[in-house]
Design a binder for this molecule. Sequence first.
Ligand code: NAP
Length: 302
Amino acid sequence: MKDFYTLDDLRHWDQIAPTLNPPARLAVIGDPIAHSRSPQMHNAALKACGIEAQYIRVQVPVGHVSEAFRLFAEHGFLGVNCTIPHKFEALQSVDEVAPLAQQLGAVNTVLIKDGHLTGYNSDGPGFLRSVKESFGKEVHDLRVLIIGAGGGAGRAVAVQCAIEQCPRLVLINRTLDKLSALMAELGSLSPGTMIETAEWTDAALALQLNRTDLIVNATPIGMKPDDAPLFTRSLWQPHHLVYDMVYKASGQTTPFIAAARQIGAKTCDGLVLLLHQGAISFEHWFPGMTAPIEAMRRGLQE
Ligand SMILES: NC(=O)c1ccc[n+]([C@@H]2O[C@H](COP(=O)([O-])OP(=O)(O)OC[C@H]3O[C@@H](n4cnc5c(N)ncnc54)[C@H](OP(=O)(O)O)[C@@H]3O)[C@@H](O)[C@H]2O)c1
């Protein structure tokens, strides 16, 4: 088995399939994709449930998601996960989009049944489960601030928070104008939520962080070793619940999480989100089964 396959491999799958035992029936697509930890987690789940199949990585370039989906269906795959940069293209490349995925504006899970592709989003519900596991709280009770709300993941978290009717929602983005349409949509989803945008400056953050429980990093900042900190250390407060959607392939702590822990704030990292969104994807692919969450967690840690 290779670390990852390519679209060209998928086009010549008849030559590759006989080399794989158990057969590949599930995959994650992205570009790049080599860093993804999803195979460790899903292969542990398949093994724990006695399912004779394996989960592989496939690197698919932008603009080729429909073709990749068609090839997966032809080669007997049951489902696919989509990661950066394909979640939006996937939304437009499936036959049917589940209502929540439509609302969240992205598809990260595809179920293939009799050649019909249904797109789901497990990031939003996975976010809720990971907040509950890490902080023992419901989003409904938290004042949330999202940095990177204009991206795919940030938007999904913002919409999910509005669906949960959280009391206060503050959106921050490098490109502030990207937030206008989202603001209108969130307002109609949750008229009772106080929704604001804020500038990404220390002065604006200082004001907002006094009124925030949960801080979410939905940018990729922290993935690269030379990334600057998201904001000045003196703005942290120990009561903050700090959530970083980023995870490092090495499993190392991200700088955002490390800074939060230093002042005694509670934290949740991207691996916890990966675990819970993965469990929900698994349950879409195998309806009626409960995902073996502890086997998946061990798979991720190995
Ligand atoms: N753990 C998980 O399971 C999981 C699930 C989903 C996503 N994620 C992670 O979440 C992160 C975002 O994913 P995405 O799909 O939302 O990506 P995306 O659609 O490309 O959005 C990126 C967001 O980050 C901002 N951004 C990017 N580079 C920046 C920089 N140098 N300075 C300031 N802002 C910057 C963008 O701002 P502009 O709008 O100004 O461009 C945008 O808001 C990624 O690291 C991804 O791995 C993790």
